[in-house]
Design a protein around this ligand. Sequence first.
Ligand SMILES: Cc1cc2nc3c(=O)[nH]c(=O)nc-3n(C[C@H](O)[C@H](O)[C@H](O)COP(=O)(O)OP(=O)(O)OC[C@H]3O[C@@H](n4cnc5c(N)ncnc54)[C@H](O)[C@@H]3O)c2cc1C
Length: 234
Amino acid sequence: MKEVISALEAASISYTTNTPLHTYTTWKIGGPCDLLVFPRTIEEVSLCVRTLKAAKRPWIVIGKGSNLLVSDEGFRGAVLRLSGAFDSATFGGDGVVAGAGFSLITLSLQAAKHGFIGLEFASGIPGTVGGAVCMNAGAHGSDISKILSQVIVMNAHGDLVTLQATDLLFGYRDSEIQHNPWIVLEATFSLSHGEPSVISEKTKMFKEKRVRTQPLKQHSAVCSEILYRCLQRL
Ligand SMILES: Cc1cc2nc3c(=O)[nH]c(=O)nc-3n(C[C@H](O)[C@H](O)[C@H](O)COP(=O)(O)OP(=O)(O)OC[C@H]3O[C@@H](n4cnc5c(N)ncnc54)[C@H](O)[C@@H]3O)c2cc1C
């Protein structure tokens, strides 16, 4: 990994080495990865991908680790965790453009406040936008495929590609992202307008149902504290 680390340092990209992944998964288990990298911009992700490819080192991208079971042996390669510019969302006339590192729960909450219908189902799903697109996350009869308009991904060459929702061939908790070496960077969701108080009420109802039916204060696949805190914010 020496050549990769040199490139990261030259570009001032944050990284750690030999990092246990148990702190990055909700199961709280998982051995170390060789390199954990925190790219903040598209340019930094591209540099990571190009450098890793040239060095013939494998990489994966993770979100909040709420759908990841990592072996005690860890991962021999680089784990990318998007940060910085990827942790934001911009609401406009027809919906929202969200960075892949943005919290899905926060996005749902903000959509309700902005008077947008469509993301209420996501108010209790503890992941990022990128992870949700990859997994076609869903609940309460809806899922990401119903609201996604397009995504910007980075391919294995470090190039940007814009894909329409139909290109992702969504299925139940499945998408083409899982079957290609693509890193989701940004997602555009088409939402319709509604009355903020009505949308917030529905969001709250979904939240209450989750609190009622899931043991959030006991050990589960999610870090109960994180999910509990997220739900408290709704
Ligand atoms: C208590 C609990 C409740 C849950 N409830 C639901 C539910 O109601 N509905 C539901 O659908 N799921 C649910 N999940 C599962 C999980 O929250 C979702 O699958 C979520 O979308 C995963 O997002 P993440 O950011 O944590 O992804 P991670 O777990 O970090 O990663 C999951 C997959 O996505 C990939 N990935 C992550 N980010 C990107 C990216 N930027 N680009 C490309 N690939 C990426 C990873 O490589 C990995 O393959 C629940 C999980 C827990 C623990």
